[in-house]
Design a protein around this ligand. Structure first.
Ligand code: TXA
Ligand code: MG
Length: 299
């Protein structure tokens, strides 16, 4: 556990056992380590990740709790329940881990090994399931080794008890919503809250709440060779005249880590944003996917 914590503290990633499935962990505040997670998983897009905390107190440092959150945390943590809540401005979590959203998914896992690592590290870790994109979640350390052909070290905690992922409840909207069925039956959560959960997309929730992603207010022009009048320029690889450069040295991992934070910084200035071309390879595929969505016409 101490070795794993030291590895994570130094910017590395590793497989960790939880009571649900094995996770691929990084220090939540380390944008470049988070970028490596997406790289290793081979995801063609950025999905927000779950922040794993030591206890409810640590979770309150990353998200704002409400009544329902207090009640559910008291009843089910540590355990396979994930809560989506408003992100705190000072949360020590990289913008890439939340995919630029202003909410964060948090949970307090029960498995003693992942708990020991978070304790030794003194900070939360983000961990998606430790599978390559589009494949099944691993439930043994051998699964994880096989998944990444031994390229990612893994802490062996034996087979996972639950074998399916945590239940995800959205608490950032107007009513508690079941965002993902999982290891804790929805009926147990409803019994604890004393009323039924809303189905995602149903009712008065913002449409596409689960899939909605951060989009800037400003118009975005992609593949920009240079800055036009009135525009701000987001560069890559040392673009001349850039207001901000995602990675002056052309490192896609660094660019991914900076993407959401830099977009927000430029967006606050209220001018259209031109974005330099990003190579469509490695993490560039996910960066371009996110940029295309952010640039798509909106109502
Ligand atoms: O049991 C689990 O939850 C495992 C273990 C490793 O903890 N983790 C896991 O992570 O299943 P992952 O990344 O495979 O799935 C997380 C899900 C994704 O579907 C993601 O879209 C959703 O959580 N999610 C994360 N943050 C969110 C947010 N702010 N709003 C809505 N959904 C979110
Ligand atoms: Mg997964």
């Amino acid at each position: 556990m101490e070795d794993a914590a030291a590895l994570l503290a130094g910017g590395g990633i590793c497989g960790l056992p939880t009571e649900t499935v094995y996770g691929l962990a990084a220090l939540a505040s380390d944008g470049e380590a988070v970028a490596r997670i997406y790289e290793v998983k081979g995801r063609p897009s950025f999905n927000p990740l779950i922040v794993h905390c030591r206890d409810a107190e640590q979770a309150r440092q990353v998200v704002a709790f409400d009544h329902c959150a207090e009640r559910l945390a008291e009843a089910f943590w540590p355990g396979p329940l994930t809560l989506v809540l408003p992100k705190r401005d000072d949360a020590p979590v990289s913008g890439l881990a939340s995919a630029g959203l202003d909410t964060l998914a948090v949970r307090v896992p029960a498995h003693p090994l992942v708990r020991g690592v978070i304790e030794a590290l003194g900070s939360p870790v983000v961990a998606p399931s430790a599978n390559r994109s589009g494949r099944l979640s691993p439930t043994t350390a051998d699964d994880v080794l096989a998944e990444f052909a031994g390229a990612v070290p893994v802490l062996d905690g034996g087979p996972c008890e639950a074998g399916i992922e945590s239940t995800i409840i959205g608490l950032a909207g107007s009513r508690p919503t079941l965002l993902r069925p999982g290891a804790i039956p929805a009926s147990e959560i409803e019994a604890c809250l004393g009323h039924p959960l809303q189905a995602p997309g149903g009712g008065i929730e913002a449409p596409g709440m689960m899939t909605s992603h951060y989009a800037p207010d400003a118009a975005l022009r992609l593949g920009a060779g240079e800055k036009r009048r009135g525009e701000l320029l987001l560069g890559f690889g040392g673009t001349e005249g850039a207001d901000l450069d995602l990675s002056a040295g052309g490192d896609l991992r660094e660019a991914a880590a900076n993407l959401f934070g830099f977009l927000r910084q430029l967006d606050r200035q209220g001018r259209p944003i031109a974005v330099a071309p990003i190579p469509e390879k490695g993490l560039g595929v996910a960066i371009n996917d996110r940029l295309r969505r952010a640039a798509a016409p909106r109502r």
